[in-house]
Design a protein around this ligand. Structure first.
Ligand code: GAL
Length: 661
């Protein structure tokens, strides 16, 4: 434990309100117990109304107003919103959607990361801001841009990206022969004879070649990383001693977050639990679950992202990158504090939820939670969105909950996870292109394992599939379908070092190029697993497959795959149907593979492996979760109703410390 504790902040928009409110707001923010104020990410048109004509007066005053109250300012580069004069003068900076249409000016994120013209303007405005504020005593750090990838803007399917893609491919492959072979272009006569023939993988008659798509996604991710890196270089030069971060999104898949996070001091992410629940719910539940958690959000959907972002900068050495070698603390840069405006339905949170979200964020490693936004916007696209203050400046429900929060009860420190859950965006991109079962996806499969772990009461680090696994008792690879020879060797070393490995279906099915391993699943992992894939079965709704073993029966839905054993033993077998008598879950020493999609089977197998590895499990009721940090154990009840658990009465929507569990 340390004497440092969780700190709070908010996202403020002085340019949205009259000048005479700024000092008042800063005073109120201070009184509320806030420490950090993030500003200016969308304010380019006010900073530079015409090219080269800068207007800093308003921003000087705003920064001074916060400074006068001792508040710390996080300044943002304003590149998510290039102003009209820039777009109309240089329409070539605009991005293209998958339908080949230009995405025009009039909202935000209307630029292509690969545009050399936009990159020049991005460097220019970053330099101008950093020269002005880089050493200001109130400015403690920087946020680059805002939510890369938001509104499906991680990739542009025309214009600058279309021009840069073949150039990137030529650098990667050298010759067209190499590219044609790597992509398997002989299939359907897709072989290229000139680099200029290659375009982004959209507008094709039917599905595009997954290897083509995989490389386009890698290319697009690299463009984002380079775009950001250019800003980082300038900020490091002109704003020494200040941190640089970026605010990532929930379940965003438009780029490799491990690649883009490189070079940041720490990671932040934006947590909107109620909005996301409408788009996403763990598999096997659906509408009933969305209704049950409509006013709190689902704890596992949120904590998965906390655990992911906590580990985003971890294991950098193992990845061959410079940086920290342990999972680091992170911030929630935008925390929902009322209702959002962008989901199909936008319920108010239940009483106590803003505090519960804050406590959970802390328990999963957040050092700062910053609420979005200070005052509800009275103009434009987001007027239906809550702030800490209502439109009329009176405190809204979130404000009261923040005011009552005792920050000192949340000491910052480490999360003691002994279980690593392996994650990799390239596996995600491959998996989701050829799901083979409509209701399944990389996230769905990954969350099935993650949720099972959390329902067993264990803490989990989400780490890159190539991260250093020493120190973990168990590593779970729910959906790592891309396994190279190097990755297989890395996992093998970890297993030899004593880590118990659990793999889900389709592990090691694909090569780094996106093809299947010619020797079949498990490719280079076959010896370690002691088995090979025999069959896979995609189950439509209504179809299921019985699984039995250890005197128990389970029902697999959506997916079932079976194995031919070569050293491994069968733990569970299929009963009936086309897979009758074949292995459904297998073990070879310290390696276990689960081939059937059944939440109960996954839970039973994980429980056994965890217990065998010396990790205590604590089965939890629905909606109850425990998370540990800094030697404290936070028990949360996410249900609206009270729950009786371990002779404790847990009130609805509440948290409490039950240290020692
Ligand atoms: C975030 C975004 C904010 C605001 C917010 C509304 O994704 O970064 O600028 O739009 O959503 O919920």
């Amino acid at each position: 434990m340390t004497d440092q504790h969780l700190l709070l902040g908010t996202c403020d928009y002085p340019e949205h309100v009259p000048r005479d409110r700024w000092e008042t707001y800063a005073k109120q923010q201070k009184e509320l117990g806030l420490t950090f104020i993030r500003i200016a990410e969308f304010a380019w048109s006010r900073m530079e109304p015409r090219q080269g004509e800068y207007n800093w007066k308003w921003l000087d005053d705003a920064v001074e107003a916060y400074h006068a109250e001792g508040l710390k300012v996080v300044l943002c580069t304003p590149t998510p919103t290039p102003p009209a004069w820039l777009v109309r003068q240089h329409p070539e900076i605009l991005p293209y959607d998958r339908e080949g249409r230009v995405r025009d000016f009039g909202s935000r994120r209307h630029y292509d990361f690969a545009s050399p013209v936009y990159r020049e303007h991005s460097r220019r405005i970053t330099r101008a801001m950093a020269e002005r504020y880089g050493q200001h005593p109130a400015v403690v750090g920087w946020q680059t841009d805002n939510e890369f990838g938001c509104h499906d803007t991680g990739r542009s399917f025309g214009g600058a990206s279309a021009e840069a893609f073949p150039v990137w491919l030529k650098q990667k492959y050298g010759t067209l022969d190499a590219l044609n072979t790597a992509w398997g272009n002989v299939f359907w006569s897709m072989e290229y004879t000139d680099w200029g023939q290659i375009k982004p993988p959209n507008l094709t008659v039917t599905e595009t070649n997954p290897s083509h798509v995989l490389d386009f996604y890698r290319f697009a991710s690299t463009m984002i990383a380079r775009f950001q890196e250019e800003q980082i270089v300038i900020l490091r030069e002109l704003s020494p001693g200040r941190f640089i971060t970026h605010n990532f999104m929930i379940f965003e898949t438009g780029f490799d977050h491990y690649q883009v996070a490189r070079g940041l001091d720490f990671v932040t992410w934006d947590n909107y639990p109620l909005g996301m629940l409408e788009f996403f719910a763990p598999p096997g539940h659906g509408e009933a679950l969305k209704t049950h958690f409509a006013r709190t959000g689902h704890p596992d959907l949120i904590s998965f992202n906390h655990d992911l972002y906590r580990g985003l900068l971890g294991g950098q050495e193992a990845l061959g990158r410079e940086g920290k070698d342990t999972p680091s603390g992170f911030w929630v840069m935008e925390q929902q504090c009322g209702q959002v405006n962008w989901a199909p339905f936008n319920p108010l949170p239940a009483d106590g939820t803003v505090q519960l979200w804050t406590a959970q964020a802390w328990a999963h490693g957040a050092d700062v939670v910053s609420y979005f936004r200070w005052r509800a916007a009275t103009m434009a696209q987001e007027v239906m969105h809550s702030g800490l203050l209502r439109h009329d400046e009176t405190p809204d429900r979130g404000f009261h909950e923040v005011k009552e929060l005792e920050q000192a009860q949340f000491p910052v420190g480490t999360v003691p996870a002994r279980v690593a859950l392996l994650h990799d965006y390239e596996s995600l991109w491959l998996y989701d292109q050829q799901k083979h079962a409509q209701s399944l996806s990389y996230w769905a499969q990954t969350l099935a394992y993650y949720s099972a772990l959390r329902a067993l009461g264990v803490d989990v680090d989400v780490v890159h599939a190539d991260a250093d696994l020493s120190g973990y008792a168990v590593a779970v690879a729910p959906a790592i379908t891309l396994v190279s020879a190097e990755r297989a060797a890395h996992w093998e070393r970890a297993v030899q070092g004593g880590v118990k490995l659990v793999c889900g279906p389709r592990t090691a099915f694909r090569t780094p190029g996106g093809e299947t391993w010619a020797e079949g699943q498990f490719g280079p992992l076959s010896a370690l697993v002691g088995a090979k894939l025999l069959q896979y079965d995609s189950l439509r709704p209504g179809l299921s497959q019985k699984v039995s073993g250890n005197g128990k029966e389970f029902e697999a839905v959506t997916w079932a795959e079976s194995y031919r054993l070569n050293g491994a033993e069968a733990l569970y077998k299929y009963v009936g149907g086309p897979l009758d008598g074949q292995s459904a879950a297998i073990r070879n020493g310290n390696v276990t593979v689960i081939g059937a999609h059944s939440p109960e089977l996954i839970s039973a197998v994980l429980d056994k492996v965890l217990t065998g590895a010396g990790v205590d499990t604590t089965p939890l009721p629905e909606g109850v979760r425990i998370s540990r940090r800094s030697g404290r154990t936070l028990v949360q009840n996410w249900n609206l109703e009270a729950v009786e658990w371990q002779e404790q009465q847990l009130p609805g929507v509440s948290f409490q410390f039950l240290d020692g569990i």
